[in-house]
Design a protein around this ligand. Structure first.
Ligand code: NDP
Ligand code: AOF
Length: 356
C-alpha cells in the first residue's frame, strides 16, 4: 500500500507554456470561472503545496472561499522565507515547511509560532515529504506549482491527476517561468479524463500512473455490466488483473447462474491461482458484505482469495442490506480505492432498481 497522499497537480499556462510573465505582478491566466473551480478544488483537498519561489514572487494566501482551508505546505532548500509572507500570516490552518536539513534550525527560530518546520533530508527528499504528509493525515494534496515544483513532482512520478488550464494568450519572454523544465518525465500518453471550457480557458484533466490504470480497468468493469441478464437486483461488472495489469478473469452479475455476483463469478474462474496474491479486483459496485441467496459475500470471497487491492465506483446504497464491504476490506488491511466519478455510469446501469 502506498504511503503518500493522492496528488493533484494544478497549473494555468499560456499558449506558449508559461506560468507567468517577468513583470512583478502575478499574471492572471485563469478566467473568473476557472478561479472559482480552483477554489473548489482547494476546498476538496487536505493540503495545498507551492514552492518557496512562488511564495517569494506571488505572496499567495492559498485559502479557500468554498470550504475549509487546506493545510499550507511549502518546500525550501535555501531557507529564504519571510515570516511576514501571507502564506504564514493568513488563515487559521497549520503551515508546514519542508526544509533541507542545513536550514532547519535557522528556519525554526525564524518561523516559531507561525509554522512547523520539518527536516526533509539533504538533499530534500520528496518521498520523505509525502510520507510525512500521509502520516499527518493528508489524504489529498493539491500542488499548485510553480514550475520547479511541478517538474519535481512529475519527474518523481508521484502525480495522480494533472489539471492543466490553457489560457488564450502568449507570454513570449525567454526568462518567464515555464510550466515544467527538462527531466525524466513519466513515459507514454496520459489518460485524458475530462475537458471543460470555463469562460475563455480550457481545463484538461489528465490521470497518470496507477490512477490512470485503475480508471481504465474500472471503466471496463462498469461496461461489463451491460452483459448482465435482466434482473431485479444489481447489475455489476468485475475485472481481476495481476500485478502487471494483465487481465486474469472477468465476471458480471448472473453470468452462469441468476444468483451469481460479478466478483464471485470472476473469482470462480481462477480457483486458488497464486497470482491473486498480487492482484487487483475492479468492481463497478462496492463488494457486497451480506447475502441472502449464498453463504459467502463477495467481500468474504475477496478476503479468502487474499487479493490485496480492491477498486470500485459506487458505494452500495442501503436498498437490500446495510453495505459494509469497503469497511470490512479496509479493516482487514486491504487497499480499497473508490473512484466515485464513475458511479453515475453504474447508477445508469441500475435504473431498474427502486430509488436509483
Ligand atoms: N500559473 C500558475 O498556475 C502558477 C504560476 N506560478 C508561477 O510560478 C513562478 C514560480 O515558479 P518557480 O520559480 O519554478 O518556483 P517554485 O514555486 O516551483 O519553487 C521552487 C523552489 O522550491 C524549493 N525546492 C526545494 N527542493 C526542491 C526541488 N528538489 N526541486 C525544485 N524545487 C525545490 C526551492 O526553494 P528555495 O529556492 O527556497 O531553495 C526552489 O527554488 C512564479 O512566477 C509564479 O507566479 C506558480 C504557481 C502556479
Ligand atoms: N496565476 C494563476 C495561478 N497562480 C497560483 O495561485 C496562487 C495565488 O493564490 P491566492 O493568493 O490564494 O489567490 C499563486 O501563488 C499560484 O500558486 N493559479 C491559477 O489557477 N491560475 C492562474 O492564472
Amino acid at each position: 500500500m502506498r504511503n503518500r497522499p493522492y496528488v493533484v497537480a494544478s497549473a494555468a499556462v499560456s499558449l506558449d507554456g508559461f506560468l507567468d510573465d517577468t513583470s512583478p505582478e502575478r499574471l492572471l491566466l485563469s478566467s473568473p470561472e476557472d478561479f472559482e473551480r480552483v477554489d473548489q478544488v482547494r476546498a476538496g483537498v487536505d493540503a495545498i503545496l507551492v514552492g518557496a519561489n512562488t511564495i517569494r514572487t506571488d505572496n499567495p494566501r492559498l485559502l479557500s472561499r468554498s470550504g475549509a482551508d487546506p493545510i499550507k505546505v511549502t518546500l525550501t532548500t535555501s531557507g529564504k522565507l519571510e515570516a511576514g509572507a501571507q502564506f504564514f500570516t493568513t488563515g487559521e490552518v497549520e503551515k508546514l515547511v519542508y526544509a533541507a536539513s542545513p536550514v532547519v534550525q535557522t528556519l525554526e527560530s525564524q518561523l516559531r509560532g507561525l509554522a512547523t518546520v520539518v527536516d526533509a533530508g539533504n538533499p530534500l527528499d520528496l518521498h520523505r515529504v509525502l510520507a510525512d504528509l500521509a502520516d499527518r493525515g493528508v489524504g489529498r494534496l493539491m500542488v499548485e506549482g510553480g514550475g520547479a515544483v511541478h517538474t519535481l513532482f512529475l519527474t518523481t512520478d508521484v502525480v495522480d491527476e494533472l489539471h492543466l488550464v490553457v489560457a488564450p494568450l502568449f507570454v513570449g519572454e525567454r526568462d518567464a517561468p515555464k510550466f515544467v523544465g527538462t527531466g525524466a518525465f513519466p513515459q507514454g500518453r496520459l489518460l485524458l479524463a475530462e475537458t471543460r471550457q470555463l469562460g475563455d480557458v480550457v481545463l484538461l484533466r489528465y490521470l497518470m500512473g496507477q490512477t490512470a490504470v485503475d480508471y481504465r480497468r474500472l471503466r471496463e468493469a462498469v461496461a461489463l455490466a451491460d452483459r448482465c441478464p435482466p434482473s431485479s437486483t444489481f447489475r455489476v461488472g468485475a475485472v481481476i488483473t495481476d500485478s502487471d495489469d494483465n487481465v486474469l478473469a472477468t465476471g458480471y452479475s448472473g453470468e452462469q447462474d441468476p444468483h451469481d455476483h460479478a466478483e464471485e463469478s470472476a473469482l470462480r474462474k481462477l480457483g486458488d491461482d497464486p497470482r491473486l496474491a498480487g492482484a487487483t479486483i475492479y468492481s463497478s459496485l462496492e463488494p457486497c458484505s451480506a447475502r441472502a441467496s449464498r453463504p459467502l459475500s463477495c467481500t468474504r470471497h475477496i478476503l479468502n482469495a487474499a487479493i490485496p487491492r480492491i477498486v470500485f465506483a459506487w458505494h452500495e446504497p442501503d436498498l437490500f442490506v446495510h453495505a459494509q464491504g469497503a469497511e470490512q476490506l479496509r479493516a482487514a488491511g486491504r487497499e480499497v480505492i473508490e473512484i466515485p466519478e464513475l458511479a453515475p455510469l453504474v447508477q445508469k446501469a441500475n435504473h431498474h432498481l427502486p430509488g436509483v
